[in-house]
Design a protein around this ligand. Sequence first.
Ligand SMILES: *Cc1c(COP(=O)(O)O)cnc(C)c1O
Length: 351
Amino acid sequence: MKWEENVRKVVPYTPGEQPESKNVIKLNTNENPYPPAPGVARRIAELEPEKMRLYPAFPEQTELAEVLAAHYGIGTDRLFIGDGSDDVLSLAFMTFFQSDQPVLFPDITYSFYDVWAKLYRVPYETRALDENFHIRTEDYRQPNGGVIFPNPNAPTGILMGVEQVEEIVAANRDVVVIVDEAYIDFGGTSCLPLTWKYDNLLVVQTFSKSRSMAGMRIGFAMGDPKLIKYINDVKYSVNSYTMNYAALQLGVEAVKDRAYFEECCEKIIRTREKAEKELGRLGFTFPKSYGNFIFAVHERMPAKEIFQKLKENDIYVRYWNKERINNYMRITIGTDEQMEALQRALREICG
Ligand SMILES: *Cc1c(COP(=O)(O)O)cnc(C)c1O
Protein backbone atom coordinates (compact mmCIF):
# COMPACT_ATOMS: atom_id res chain seq x y z
CA MET A 1 0.00 0.00 0.00
CA LYS A 2 1.43 3.32 -1.05
CA TRP A 3 0.12 5.22 1.96
CA GLU A 4 2.24 3.03 4.21
CA GLU A 5 5.32 4.88 3.01
CA ASN A 6 4.01 7.94 4.80
CA VAL A 7 3.27 6.31 8.11
CA ARG A 8 5.28 6.79 11.30
CA LYS A 9 6.55 3.31 12.14
CA VAL A 10 7.57 2.66 15.70
CA VAL A 11 8.44 -0.37 17.72
CA PRO A 12 6.38 0.27 20.84
CA TYR A 13 7.35 -0.28 24.44
CA THR A 14 6.33 -3.72 25.70
CA PRO A 15 4.67 -3.54 29.10
CA GLY A 16 4.56 -6.54 31.45
CA GLU A 17 1.64 -8.90 30.96
CA GLN A 18 -1.66 -8.17 32.69
CA PRO A 19 -3.21 -11.64 33.03
CA GLU A 20 -6.95 -11.77 33.64
CA SER A 21 -6.95 -14.67 36.08
CA LYS A 22 -7.34 -13.81 39.78
CA ASN A 23 -5.23 -16.78 40.83
CA VAL A 24 -2.08 -15.34 39.37
CA ILE A 25 0.62 -14.03 41.69
CA LYS A 26 1.59 -10.93 39.81
CA LEU A 27 5.17 -9.85 40.45
CA ASN A 28 5.92 -8.53 36.96
CA THR A 29 5.05 -4.83 36.74
CA ASN A 30 6.16 -3.36 40.08
CA GLU A 31 2.63 -2.65 41.18
CA ASN A 32 2.10 -2.13 44.89
CA PRO A 33 0.54 -5.18 46.56
CA TYR A 34 -1.36 -2.99 49.04
CA PRO A 35 -4.46 -0.90 48.32
CA PRO A 36 -4.27 2.89 48.16
CA ALA A 37 -4.84 4.96 51.33
CA PRO A 38 -8.26 4.38 52.94
CA GLY A 39 -9.26 7.98 52.17
CA VAL A 40 -9.30 7.07 48.48
CA ALA A 41 -12.24 4.68 48.95
CA ARG A 42 -14.06 7.35 50.98
CA ARG A 43 -13.58 9.91 48.27
CA ILE A 44 -14.76 7.52 45.55
CA ALA A 45 -18.10 7.51 47.34
CA GLU A 46 -18.13 11.31 47.17
CA LEU A 47 -17.42 11.61 43.43
CA GLU A 48 -20.21 13.47 41.66
CA PRO A 49 -21.25 12.05 38.28
CA GLU A 50 -22.73 15.48 37.55
CA LYS A 51 -19.18 16.90 37.45
CA MET A 52 -18.19 14.44 34.73
CA ARG A 53 -20.27 16.51 32.35
CA LEU A 54 -17.58 19.16 32.50
CA TYR A 55 -14.04 19.11 31.22
CA PRO A 56 -11.69 18.45 34.13
CA ALA A 57 -9.85 21.24 35.95
CA PHE A 58 -6.32 22.23 34.92
CA PRO A 59 -4.12 20.10 37.17
CA GLU A 60 -1.97 23.03 38.32
CA GLN A 61 -5.05 24.73 39.79
CA THR A 62 -6.38 21.76 41.73
CA GLU A 63 -6.36 20.58 45.33
CA LEU A 64 -4.05 17.81 44.11
CA ALA A 65 -1.45 20.40 43.09
CA GLU A 66 -1.83 22.14 46.44
CA VAL A 67 -1.39 19.02 48.57
CA LEU A 68 1.50 17.74 46.46
CA ALA A 69 3.28 21.10 46.57
CA ALA A 70 2.76 21.28 50.34
CA HIS A 71 3.93 17.70 50.80
CA TYR A 72 7.18 18.38 48.94
CA GLY A 73 7.66 21.89 50.31
CA ILE A 74 7.53 23.63 46.95
CA GLY A 75 5.24 26.13 45.23
CA THR A 76 2.75 24.93 42.64
CA ASP A 77 4.82 26.89 40.09
CA ARG A 78 7.54 24.25 40.53
CA LEU A 79 5.16 21.34 39.89
CA PHE A 80 3.78 19.70 36.76
CA ILE A 81 1.15 16.96 37.01
CA GLY A 82 0.45 14.49 34.22
CA ASP A 83 -1.32 11.33 33.24
CA GLY A 84 1.16 8.93 34.87
CA SER A 85 4.87 9.59 34.75
CA ASP A 86 5.02 8.00 31.31
CA ASP A 87 2.99 10.96 30.08
CA VAL A 88 5.22 13.39 31.99
CA LEU A 89 8.41 11.78 30.68
CA SER A 90 7.16 11.61 27.12
CA LEU A 91 6.24 15.32 27.23
CA ALA A 92 9.62 16.04 28.79
CA PHE A 93 11.38 14.28 25.88
CA MET A 94 9.36 16.39 23.48
CA THR A 95 10.02 19.61 25.38
CA PHE A 96 13.60 19.44 26.58
CA PHE A 97 15.43 17.18 24.15
CA GLN A 98 15.50 19.40 21.06
CA SER A 99 19.24 19.60 20.45
CA ASP A 100 21.20 18.11 17.52
CA GLN A 101 23.49 16.53 20.09
CA PRO A 102 22.59 13.07 21.39
CA VAL A 103 20.65 12.64 24.60
CA LEU A 104 22.49 10.28 26.95
CA PHE A 105 21.08 7.48 29.08
CA PRO A 106 22.39 4.14 30.39
CA ASP A 107 22.40 1.03 28.18
CA ILE A 108 20.43 -0.82 30.81
CA THR A 109 17.56 1.31 32.00
CA TYR A 110 13.83 1.94 31.65
CA SER A 111 13.08 0.58 28.20
CA PHE A 112 10.70 3.40 27.32
CA TYR A 113 13.50 5.96 26.87
CA ASP A 114 14.75 4.72 23.51
CA VAL A 115 11.14 4.31 22.34
CA TRP A 116 10.39 8.00 23.00
CA ALA A 117 13.72 9.05 21.51
CA LYS A 118 12.90 7.22 18.29
CA LEU A 119 9.28 8.40 18.27
CA TYR A 120 10.25 12.05 18.62
CA ARG A 121 13.39 11.67 16.48
CA VAL A 122 15.63 12.71 19.31
CA PRO A 123 19.21 11.60 18.64
CA TYR A 124 20.52 9.53 21.53
CA GLU A 125 23.43 7.43 22.69
CA THR A 126 23.54 4.96 25.52
CA ARG A 127 26.36 4.74 28.03
CA ALA A 128 27.27 1.28 29.32
CA LEU A 129 26.81 0.66 33.02
CA ASP A 130 29.97 -0.76 34.62
CA GLU A 131 30.28 -4.51 35.19
CA ASN A 132 28.35 -4.20 38.46
CA PHE A 133 25.57 -2.25 36.71
CA HIS A 134 26.57 1.07 38.26
CA ILE A 135 26.22 4.33 36.34
CA ARG A 136 29.64 5.87 35.67
CA THR A 137 29.21 9.58 36.23
CA GLU A 138 32.24 10.34 34.02
CA ASP A 139 30.31 8.94 31.03
CA TYR A 140 27.99 11.95 31.19
CA ARG A 141 30.63 14.63 30.74
CA GLN A 142 30.78 14.75 26.95
CA PRO A 143 28.77 17.34 25.02
CA ASN A 144 25.18 16.10 24.75
CA GLY A 145 21.59 17.16 24.16
CA GLY A 146 20.32 16.17 27.58
CA VAL A 147 20.58 13.38 30.13
CA ILE A 148 17.98 11.06 31.62
CA PHE A 149 18.24 8.16 34.05
CA PRO A 150 16.11 6.61 36.76
CA ASN A 151 17.32 6.76 40.35
CA PRO A 152 17.17 4.07 41.62
CA ASN A 153 17.85 2.66 38.16
CA ALA A 154 15.39 0.23 36.63
CA PRO A 155 15.48 -2.72 36.36
CA THR A 156 18.60 -3.04 38.55
CA GLY A 157 17.33 -1.26 41.67
CA ILE A 158 20.74 0.35 42.16
CA LEU A 159 20.63 3.76 43.86
CA MET A 160 23.01 6.61 43.17
CA GLY A 161 23.80 9.01 45.97
CA VAL A 162 22.62 12.61 45.74
CA GLU A 163 26.27 13.75 45.43
CA GLN A 164 26.79 11.61 42.33
CA VAL A 165 23.58 12.85 40.76
CA GLU A 166 24.73 16.38 41.50
CA GLU A 167 28.01 15.65 39.73
CA ILE A 168 26.07 14.79 36.57
CA VAL A 169 23.74 17.78 36.86
CA ALA A 170 26.61 20.18 37.55
CA ALA A 171 28.58 18.86 34.56
CA ASN A 172 25.58 19.45 32.29
CA ARG A 173 24.42 22.99 33.03
CA ASP A 174 23.69 23.69 29.34
CA VAL A 175 21.12 20.91 28.94
CA VAL A 176 18.21 19.50 30.90
CA VAL A 177 18.91 16.55 33.19
CA ILE A 178 15.88 14.42 34.07
CA VAL A 179 16.00 12.14 37.10
CA ASP A 180 13.19 9.59 36.99
CA GLU A 181 12.46 8.83 40.64
CA ALA A 182 9.71 6.23 40.10
CA TYR A 183 11.11 4.12 42.97
CA ILE A 184 12.67 6.74 45.24
CA ASP A 185 10.23 6.12 48.12
CA PHE A 186 11.54 2.60 48.77
CA GLY A 187 14.62 3.69 50.69
CA GLY A 188 16.37 6.24 48.47
CA THR A 189 16.97 9.96 48.95
CA SER A 190 15.28 12.24 46.45
CA CYS A 191 17.29 14.78 44.47
CA LEU A 192 14.44 17.26 44.80
CA PRO A 193 16.55 19.64 46.99
CA LEU A 194 18.99 19.99 44.07
CA THR A 195 16.25 21.61 41.97
CA TRP A 196 16.66 24.80 44.06
CA LYS A 197 20.30 25.01 43.08
CA TYR A 198 20.08 23.76 39.47
CA ASP A 199 17.46 25.21 37.13
CA ASN A 200 18.29 22.49 34.57
CA LEU A 201 17.19 19.58 36.78
CA LEU A 202 13.76 17.99 36.47
CA VAL A 203 12.77 15.35 39.05
CA VAL A 204 9.92 13.04 37.99
CA GLN A 205 7.86 10.86 40.35
CA THR A 206 4.71 8.74 40.14
CA PHE A 207 1.71 7.53 42.14
CA SER A 208 1.94 4.14 40.40
CA LYS A 209 4.37 2.40 42.71
CA SER A 210 4.71 3.77 46.24
CA ARG A 211 1.18 5.24 46.31
CA SER A 212 -0.59 2.13 44.98
CA MET A 213 -2.38 3.96 42.17
CA ALA A 214 -1.00 2.61 38.89
CA GLY A 215 -4.55 2.34 37.55
CA MET A 216 -5.34 6.02 38.20
CA ARG A 217 -2.43 7.34 36.10
CA ILE A 218 -0.88 10.17 38.10
CA GLY A 219 2.68 11.31 37.64
CA PHE A 220 4.44 14.59 38.35
CA ALA A 221 7.59 16.55 37.75
CA MET A 222 9.29 19.10 39.98
CA GLY A 223 11.81 21.74 39.03
CA ASP A 224 12.48 25.36 38.21
CA PRO A 225 9.33 27.32 37.23
CA LYS A 226 10.83 27.93 33.81
CA LEU A 227 11.08 24.19 33.11
CA ILE A 228 7.50 23.79 34.31
CA LYS A 229 6.30 26.56 32.05
CA TYR A 230 7.95 25.00 28.99
CA ILE A 231 6.53 21.54 29.62
CA ASN A 232 3.09 23.05 30.25
CA ASP A 233 3.26 24.89 26.91
CA VAL A 234 3.92 21.58 25.14
CA LYS A 235 1.25 19.77 27.14
CA TYR A 236 -1.33 22.42 26.21
CA SER A 237 -0.27 22.01 22.58
CA VAL A 238 -0.99 18.28 22.59
CA ASN A 239 -3.94 17.72 24.89
CA SER A 240 -5.19 20.22 27.45
CA TYR A 241 -7.05 17.69 29.56
CA THR A 242 -4.68 14.85 30.32
CA MET A 243 -5.91 14.26 33.85
CA ASN A 244 -9.45 13.11 34.48
CA TYR A 245 -11.74 14.35 37.23
CA ALA A 246 -11.58 11.12 39.27
CA ALA A 247 -7.78 10.94 39.24
CA LEU A 248 -7.51 14.58 40.33
CA GLN A 249 -9.87 13.93 43.26
CA LEU A 250 -8.57 10.56 44.41
CA GLY A 251 -4.90 11.47 44.17
CA VAL A 252 -5.44 14.04 46.95
CA GLU A 253 -6.18 11.35 49.52
CA ALA A 254 -3.12 9.31 48.57
CA VAL A 255 -0.91 12.31 49.35
CA LYS A 256 -2.70 13.49 52.49
CA ASP A 257 -2.32 10.21 54.36
CA ARG A 258 1.37 10.42 55.04
CA ALA A 259 1.30 7.78 57.78
CA TYR A 260 -0.33 5.17 55.56
CA PHE A 261 2.11 5.93 52.74
CA GLU A 262 5.15 5.59 54.97
CA GLU A 263 3.86 2.41 56.56
CA CYS A 264 3.24 0.86 53.12
CA CYS A 265 6.74 1.68 51.91
CA GLU A 266 8.28 0.34 55.12
CA LYS A 267 6.33 -2.91 54.79
CA ILE A 268 7.63 -3.36 51.25
CA ILE A 269 11.19 -2.62 52.34
CA ARG A 270 10.94 -5.22 55.13
CA THR A 271 9.53 -7.80 52.71
CA ARG A 272 12.31 -6.96 50.24
CA GLU A 273 14.94 -7.56 52.89
CA LYS A 274 13.42 -10.91 53.82
CA ALA A 275 13.16 -11.90 50.16
CA GLU A 276 16.82 -10.98 49.58
CA LYS A 277 17.85 -13.40 52.33
CA GLU A 278 15.61 -16.17 50.98
CA LEU A 279 16.70 -15.72 47.37
CA GLY A 280 20.32 -15.76 48.49
CA ARG A 281 19.75 -19.15 50.13
CA LEU A 282 18.23 -20.41 46.88
CA GLY A 283 21.36 -19.56 44.88
CA PHE A 284 20.40 -16.15 43.53
CA THR A 285 22.58 -13.07 43.50
CA PHE A 286 21.41 -9.50 42.89
CA PRO A 287 22.48 -5.92 43.38
CA LYS A 288 21.25 -4.30 46.61
CA SER A 289 17.84 -3.00 45.61
CA TYR A 290 16.31 0.34 46.52
CA GLY A 291 13.16 -0.35 44.50
CA ASN A 292 10.08 -2.50 45.10
CA PHE A 293 11.73 -5.26 43.07
CA ILE A 294 14.83 -7.47 43.00
CA PHE A 295 16.93 -8.02 39.88
CA ALA A 296 18.21 -11.54 40.32
CA VAL A 297 20.43 -14.06 38.52
CA HIS A 298 20.65 -17.72 39.53
CA GLU A 299 23.98 -19.52 40.00
CA ARG A 300 23.04 -22.43 37.69
CA MET A 301 19.68 -22.11 36.09
CA PRO A 302 18.97 -19.79 33.14
CA ALA A 303 16.53 -17.02 33.98
CA LYS A 304 14.40 -17.75 30.94
CA GLU A 305 13.75 -21.26 32.18
CA ILE A 306 12.90 -20.13 35.71
CA PHE A 307 10.64 -17.43 34.30
CA GLN A 308 8.75 -19.97 32.20
CA LYS A 309 8.42 -22.50 35.01
CA LEU A 310 7.16 -19.83 37.39
CA LYS A 311 4.57 -18.85 34.82
CA GLU A 312 3.38 -22.45 34.61
CA ASN A 313 2.84 -22.11 38.36
CA ASP A 314 0.82 -18.91 37.81
CA ILE A 315 3.59 -16.73 39.19
CA TYR A 316 4.51 -13.87 36.85
CA VAL A 317 7.87 -12.11 37.05
CA ARG A 318 9.59 -10.00 34.38
CA TYR A 319 12.24 -11.26 31.98
CA TRP A 320 13.99 -9.43 29.12
CA ASN A 321 15.69 -11.33 26.34
CA LYS A 322 18.18 -8.54 26.01
CA GLU A 323 21.96 -8.47 25.87
CA ARG A 324 23.73 -8.24 29.26
CA ILE A 325 20.55 -8.90 31.24
CA ASN A 326 19.12 -12.01 29.60
CA ASN A 327 20.03 -14.12 32.58
CA TYR A 328 18.24 -11.90 35.07
CA MET A 329 14.65 -11.79 36.28
CA ARG A 330 13.03 -8.79 37.86
CA ILE A 331 10.85 -9.84 40.75
CA THR A 332 8.41 -7.30 42.15
CA ILE A 333 8.05 -7.28 45.94
CA GLY A 334 4.56 -8.50 46.76
CA THR A 335 3.01 -9.26 50.14
CA ASP A 336 4.84 -11.60 52.53
CA GLU A 337 2.41 -14.37 51.52
CA GLN A 338 3.06 -13.84 47.81
CA MET A 339 6.81 -13.87 48.36
CA GLU A 340 6.53 -17.08 50.39
CA ALA A 341 4.59 -18.70 47.54
CA LEU A 342 7.29 -17.54 45.13
CA GLN A 343 10.01 -18.99 47.34
CA ARG A 344 8.16 -22.34 47.58
CA ALA A 345 7.92 -22.48 43.79
CA LEU A 346 11.58 -21.53 43.38
CA ARG A 347 12.63 -24.26 45.82
CA GLU A 348 10.91 -26.75 43.51
CA ILE A 349 12.31 -25.22 40.33
CA CYS A 350 15.91 -24.56 41.25
CA GLY A 351 16.41 -25.85 44.78
C1 LIG B 1 6.86 2.52 36.35
C2 LIG B 1 7.86 3.47 35.81
C3 LIG B 1 7.48 4.65 35.19
C4 LIG B 1 6.07 4.97 34.76
O1 LIG B 1 5.15 4.95 35.67
P1 LIG B 1 3.69 5.55 35.43
O2 LIG B 1 2.79 4.43 35.79
O3 LIG B 1 3.53 5.94 33.99
O4 LIG B 1 3.64 6.70 36.33
C5 LIG B 1 8.46 5.56 34.81
N1 LIG B 1 9.76 5.29 34.99
C6 LIG B 1 10.17 4.15 35.55
C7 LIG B 1 11.61 3.90 35.72
C8 LIG B 1 9.24 3.19 35.96
O5 LIG B 1 9.65 2.05 36.46
